[in-house]
Design a protein around this ligand. Structure first.
Ligand code: NAP
Length: 349
């Protein structure tokens, strides 16, 4: 039986995404499992990979994009004990999600509890795990403290807002005018970053804070010189977590400017005593998975429980077949989506 996948044979715009037919369903080798994919997440990072700029994946070409997937273990390699065949699992695969089948190392697969919608579950491995680890692994934030989310209408941004609401944190989010209501739906204060200086707005919104104006933690994936402005929003003892270089990825800032942004994070982290205890760090989900593998499955399991209990609600704005991948990437590149589009590889049009 033939099956379908999206194939990229050269880096470039959305037009490089091609729907391909494969004649033979692959078998898993030792320590592997064949996954029948039920849902594949899409997002900015896939577009970054497609353009060839993503530091953690440079090929080889051709390849199938798709950073995260949820599917059913259809066939396990002879020596695989867990997960078992028939189990629903999630995976942060970096590439390979936009397909009907994937062969994946069994040790990376995380069980998805019964009763969870696959399209909502696939929001967990990248966006929610990133948000969860940034919120819980660097500083103990207590209910009532305030966070600033830059790019709050994005997939990581909305995950941060959703989890902040769950943890009882106050949130302030920056986004474009069209997405103000998306941000406010999470109970956050929304700032249109194009309408003025968000640093002034954040200072005004936090003016009554005991101990001085500012936020307790800020999350910024814009990168480069933008880190300066997020750092300026911190209260005494606050932390800035940088986790992206979006302006560089979109060609709006040079690699040198992005590098200087990273250097500033390091400086603020090392010399926090000079900045009223304010500090900064860099977060990367792929680095964290290598340095703290034990956290990875535990944090994903915690998130699936929250999802199953209805404590968190990912924003899924579209469910599309594989054939729509080009159009989905064009929409991601245009910006302003306000949520995640999920590919359902078995959906027919
Ligand atoms: N380090 C890690 O481990 C890690 C993990 C996941 C993602 N990331 C990175 O995080 C970034 C966001 O990913 P995503 O999936 O959330 O992307 P996304 O869904 O495309 O969201 C990005 C958001 O950024 C907003 N934005 C663009 N320019 C802005 C500006 N100048 N000020 C404030 N907001 C601005 C956009 O908001 P509007 O549309 O409202 O303008 C958009 O909603 C990407 O760079 C991605 O590579 C890093």
């Amino acid at each position: 039986m033939s099956w379908q996948r999206i194939r990229i044979a050269r880096f470039g715009g959305p037009e490089v995404l091609e729907l391909a037919e494969e004649p033979v369903i692959p078998d898993p080798g030792a320590a592997e499992a064949r996954i029948k994919i039920l849902a594949a997440g899409t997002g900015f990072t896939d577009s970054f990979i497609r353009r060839g700029g993503y530091p953690d994946f440079k090929g080889p070409l051709p390849f199938t994009p798709g950073y995260e997937l949820v599917g059913v273990v259809e066939k396990a390699g002879a020596d695989v004990v867990a997960p078992r065949e028939g189990q629903i699992v999630a995976d942060l695969c970096v590439v390979g999600g936009y397909a009907q089948y994937a062969i994946r190392p069994a040790r990376f697969l995380v069980p998805v509890p019964d009763g969870i919608d696959a399209a909502e579950a696939v929001c967990i491995p990248l966006a929610y795990l990133t948000a969860f680890q940034m919120l819980t692994r660097y500083r103990r934030l207590s209910a009532g403290e305030t966070i600033l989310v830059i790019g709050a209408s994005g997939t990581v941004g909305t995950a941060l807002l959703d989890l902040a609401r769950h943890f009882g944190l106050n949130a302030i989010g920056t986004c474009s005018a069209a997405n103000l209501t998306t941000v406010e739906q999470f109970g956050a204060a929304a700032i249109d970053y194009r309408a003025g200086d968000f640093v002034t707005s954040v200072r005004q919104l936090t003016a009554g804070r005991v101990g001085g104006a500012g936020v307790d933690a800020a999350f910024d994936a814009i990168g480069g010189s933008h880190f300066d402005r997020s750092f300026a929003c911190l209260a005494l003892g606050g932390i800035l977590i940088g986790y992206g270089a979006q302006t560089m990825a979109m060609g709006r800032e040079s690699i040198i400017a992005a590098g200087l942004g990273l250097a500033r994070l390091k400086l603020w982290g090392a010399l926090s005593f000079l900045f009223g205890g304010r500090r900064a760090i860099w977060y990367s989900i792929t680095d964290r998975r290598v340095s703290h593998p034990e956290e990875f499955k535990a944090d994903m399991a915690a998130l699936f429980e929250l999802l199953r209990n209805g404590a968190i609600r990912p924003v899924v704005i579209g469910r599309e077949p594989l054939a729509a991948a080009r159009n989905v990437h064009a929409r991601i590149d245009a910006g302003g989506l306000g949520g995640k589009i999920v590919l359902l590889p078995w959906l027919t049009v």
